[in-house]
Design a protein around this ligand. Structure first.
Ligand code: ADP
Length: 555
């Protein structure tokens, strides 16, 4: 038969005992049962490819004649074709199976993030295509590889608990180094093989690295308990399945990262909402306190005004008394008391104004107002101070301003506070300019036009960080050192209400106020500019008594 396969020719041996090519199967039951006398062997070939040999034996010598040979040669050809067809069919079946398995795993990969489930599927799919006795997927954790999925391990062995310490030059190190599959035809040849207790010893082994972002993160381990080395085809198939396993691990890791980020995010959101709740509670508490304080201030200032009026009345009587008038010392004392009372009246008046603005009960009486006249009259009341402190107070371009509708007394207060501030925060010898211009009608803000008034000074200026804060009540930048000094002396004292009241009044008219200044510098004196814009006709005025203006948080 060997000769037939080598020569691809038919051999018709009439007396096998005389043919030197014949090897008797001594000791086999076959040769004992019937002594072979003649033999006919024919090559099985398809398209020039040898598939095997068809062998027929007889216990009679010279059993096959030429006709037999012809018939059997025809039969051998048919057998060869049948074998070839069967092999093709089998190969096709195997290919189909591989495609199906890959498809199933692919689908699972896109459907589920359950790593264990996918790895189990991969191991189950692989066993039909690359038969193995025990298969596992192991992932690297620290200096160990841990079994995360398995198939074929006998019951009771609990392979999922198995952790193998990575050692210098063991198979995992080798896979990690080469990043290629490792095929060991017979593990008994390897002295360093790690046998697991309670498991029948491995014989042939195939390990495929799981590569994620160019790093080996684990391996697919396939063990056969008998020496039946894996073929190159099987190796290639195992690599394909291993790459799917790596992908599943990658997805699971990404998902785990995402889940961790989500958990962190949820925690942060929760902390944030807790903090918001705390802040809200604190804010409500502050609002309550502010209301209480406003109420107290309101009552206190009302209570103060009554005795103040009485004192002022009696003091006026003293001033008018001829005896006092005659005595210069007495007169100076009583006049001093009178100026102190006047100052207190102004402060109590400001506190009352603020209380009204805070509680939204400021009554405004709109009437046509010529701003230039109003500003001139305020200026007139400050002329003495200007002379005393060598300050110039100039009015510019106010005559051309249109008449607006506003509450004259409220506006007087607003302008007064701005001018007094300009005097207060400008050193002696400086200048204050009040200018203004008309604002054209504009669709949104001032449909009927308006005016802008700017109070500029050559004073100490305002730090940019304070530009908003100065409009809150009781706010004073820096320390007011000389509270007892006059309201119009340089950096003289005040209750810190002027700008809050001014803003309250301006906003109640539907206008806006803001400050501009290059910065605060008491040496260089960069100056400040306070801008007020007011609508020509304020719609808000009609509802002003109840409208929500005010410099403080709307309580
Ligand atoms: P007060 O003048 O009583 O302190 P205001 O409400 O009128 O209160 O002003 C608040 C703060 O704004 C002042 O303490 C001052 O620091 C600052 N400020 C106001 N006007 C000016 C100005 N023209 N130049 C510089 N700083 C000013």
């Amino acid at each position: 038969m060997g000769w037939v396969a080598a020569h691809r020719q038919t051999a018709n041996v009439s007396h096998v005992s005389e043919d030197p090519r014949y090897i008797a199967l001594r000791g086999s039951s076959l040769s004992e049962a019937a002594a072979i006398a003649s033999e006919l062997a024919l090559p099985l070939e398809v398209a020039g490819q040898l598939l095997g040999v068809l062998n027929i034996e007889h216990n009679v010598p010279d059993a096959f004649n030429a006709e037999d040979v012809q018939v059997l040669e025809a039969l051998a050809d048919q057998v060869a074709v049948a074998i070839q067809n069967a092999a093709n069919y089998q190969a096709e079946q195997a290919r189909r199976q591989i495609t199906e398995r890959l498809y199933t795993v692919g689908m699972a990969l896109s459907r589920t993030l359950d790593l264990k489930k996918i790895l189990d599927l991969i191991l189950a799919g692989l066993v039909d295509i690359v038969p193995y006795d025990r298969g596992s997927v192991m992932l690297e954790y620290g200096n160990q590889v841990v079994v995360v999925a398995e198939k074929g391990f006998p019951p009771g062995t609990q392979p999922l608990d198995v952790r193998v310490h990575i050692k210098e030059d063991d198979v995992f190190q080798e896979l990690r180094r080469t990043q290629r599959p490792l095929l060991i035809p017979d593990v008994q040849q390897r002295a360093d093989w790690h046998y697991v207790k309670n498991l029948s010893p491995a014989r042939s082994w195939l390990g495929v690295p799981l590569v994620y972002q160019e790093n080996v993160i684990g391996m697919l381990s396939l063990t056969r308990e008998h020496p039946n080395p894996y073929t190159e085809d099987e190796k290639a198939l195992a690599v394909t399945f291993a790459s799917q396993a790596a992908m599943a691990v990658q997805n699971a890791l990404l998902y785990e990262n995402l889940a961790t980020v989500n958990r962190e995010l949820e925690k942060t959101v929760q902390q944030l909402s807790e903090r918001t709740r705390d802040l809200q509670a604190a804010y409500q508490q502050l609002e309550r306190l502010d209301r209480t304080k406003s109420g107290f201030i309101n009552v206190a200032s009302h209570e103060l005004r009554t005795p103040l009026t009485v004192i002022s009345g009696y003091n006026q009587m003293l001033l008018d008394d001829p005896q006092v008038k005659k005595n210069d010392t007495y007169f100076q004392i009583v006049a001093g008391i009178q100026s102190g009372i006047a100052r207190m009246e102004v402060i109590v008046g400001s506190i009352l104004d603020m209380a009204k603005i805070d509680s939204r009960v400021l009554q405004l009486h709109p009437e046509p107002l010529i701003l230039s006249m109003l500003i001139q009259s305020v200026r007139a009341s400050l002329v003495d101070v200007c002379v005393q402190r060598h300050l110039t107070l100039v009015l510019q371009g106010l005559e051309d301003l249109p008449v607006i509708e506003a509450d004259t007394e409220a506006m007087r207060k607003a302008i007064y506070h701005l001018l007094v501030n300009a005097l207060k925060y400008t050193p002696d010898g400086g200048s204050i300019t009040v200018s203004g211009h008309a604002l054209p009608p504009d669709g949104d803000e001032f449909p009927e036009g308006g005016v802008e008034i700017i109070v500029s000074d050559t004073g100490i200026g305002i730090d940019p960080s304070m530009r908003e804060l100065i409009f809150t009540k009781f706010y004073q930048t820096g320390e007011v050192l000389i509270h007892s000094s006059g309201t119009t002396t340089f950096k003289g004292g005040g209750p810190g209400l002027g700008l809050a009241i001014t803003r309250g009044i301006v906003e109640a008219h539907g206008g806006k106020i803001w400050a501009e200044s290059p910065g605060h510098d008491e040496q260089a004196c960069p100056g400040s500019h306070f801008h007020i814009v007011l609508p020509r006709v304020s719609r808000m005025l009609q509802h002003s008594a109840m409208s929500g203006f005010g410099a403080s948080a709307d309580a």
